[in-house]
Design a protein around this ligand. Structure first.
Ligand code: UT7
Length: 320
């Protein structure tokens, strides 16, 4: 078993939907501004019960079902999240408990919006190395819980949700390659202040802070480079890509990348209009949607990418 491949996908979206018009009643914005600058029309917003472990659990169950497996078949759980239920235990442990299983390793990775691509890369290495056969990989975030709803420059951008895959050992690829990067010098462009009461300055609230223009500029450049790196590593060109599944932060970033790759938008999976930016969930949510509606078929070549606060970014080239 030389490779890992996606055996099943799943997702969960909170029941509550908030439209741009509803936001425009609370802050000084308009549907026209939000749609023209971001492509977002609505987003799902979690209730207090819809925590990361709750949403991740439901997405995981769907992925297990799609793979024809049960929780007892899992060897490991990796959850990518920046919004854990608790400081400890980690979200993967809470998800494991919800699944009713014990004694397999379960851990979180905190890589903001790039979390799923990072988690996929880690899971792929465990499987290729022969240590594990079946891994649940979840991307989940509740960024609306750390959103300042009085700040129009950020509150229109985010939504909540979870996406999951089952990654399994296989003789055929699978995950062809993953490519990860980070640049900590950009730590002030997109961040959430510490949640630790003992280390928090009195005046500092734990909301998302973002230099939107800088994130936009860096994202287009870094993502353009990493998708080219992924193609080159596999001796492929953009014509080999059946589906491009980008991080869903802003339709303008997605469009700029599609143009760079000379991909028509009908080869791009887009959910940002209905989901907004769901952080670590954005790529697996889009993947699951396109698998379930029949656009993505077995044997097709997928290109995934994501970028988040750090900055951290990455890409994956996959035969589905
Ligand atoms: O995973 C990564 C997560 N983040 C991102 O990917 C975000 C990347 N950046 C972006 O998507 C864009 O920079 C934004 C959508 C955040 C902003 O778009 P922009 O075209 O860069 O606008 P801007 O920040 O330059 O602001 C333009 C104007 C400003 O007014 P003035 O100073 O020109 O008078 C803002 O105050 O738009 C104003 N503005 C708004 N107006 C209406 C900012 N937010 C809003 C709003 N409604 N919601």
């Amino acid at each position: 078993m030389k490779y890992s491949r996606i055996a099943g996908t799943g997702s969960y979206l909170p029941k509550k939907v908030v439209t741009n018009e509803e936001l425009a009643q609370k802050v000084d914005t308009t549907d026209e501004w939000i749609v023209s600058r971001t492509g977002i029309s609505s987003r799902h917003v979690s209730s207090p019960e819809e925590t990361s472990s709750y949403m991740g659990y439901h997405a995981g169950l769907h992925a297990l079902e799609a793979a024809g497996l049960s929780a007892n078949d899992l060897d490991m759980i990796i959850v990518a999240t920046t919004t854990p239920d608790k400081g400890l235990p980690n979200t993967a442990c809470l998800l494991q408990e919800r699944l009713g299983i014990t004694n397999i390793p379960a851990f979180d990775i905190t890589v903001a919006c790039a979390g799923f691509v990072y988690a996929l890369s880690v899971a792929d290495q465990y499987i290729r190395g022969g240590m594990m056969k079946t891994i649940l990989v979840v991307g989940v975030d509740v960024l609306t819980a750390v959103t300042n709803w009085d700040d129009r420059s950020t509150c229109v951008l985010f939504g909540d949700g979870a996406g999951a895959i089952i990654l399994q050992a296989d003789d055929k690829p699978g995950i062809l390659s993953t490519h990860l990067h980070a640049d900590g010098r950009q730590k002030d462009s997109l961040y959430i202040p510490t949640w630790l009461p003992g280390q928090r300055k009195e005046e500092e609230l734990s909301y998302i802070h973002m230099d939107g223009r800088e994130v936009f500029r860096f994202a287009v450049k870094a993502l353009g480079q990493v998708v080219e790196e992924a193609l080159a590593a596999n001796h492929m060109s953009q014509t080999d890509i059946d589906w491009f599944i980008p991080h869903q932060a802003n339709l303008r970033i997605i469009t700029a990348l599609a143009e760079k790759l000379k991909l028509s938008l009908d080869k791009v999976v887009i959910t940002v209009d209905r989901h907004a930016n769901t952080s670590a969930a954005s790529v697996p949510l889009a993947l699951d949607e396109a698998v379930r509606d029949g656009r993505i078929q077995r044997g097709q070549t997928l290109l995934l990418e994501a970028i988040g606060g750090g900055f951290v970014w990455g890409a994956a080239l996959i035969i589905y």
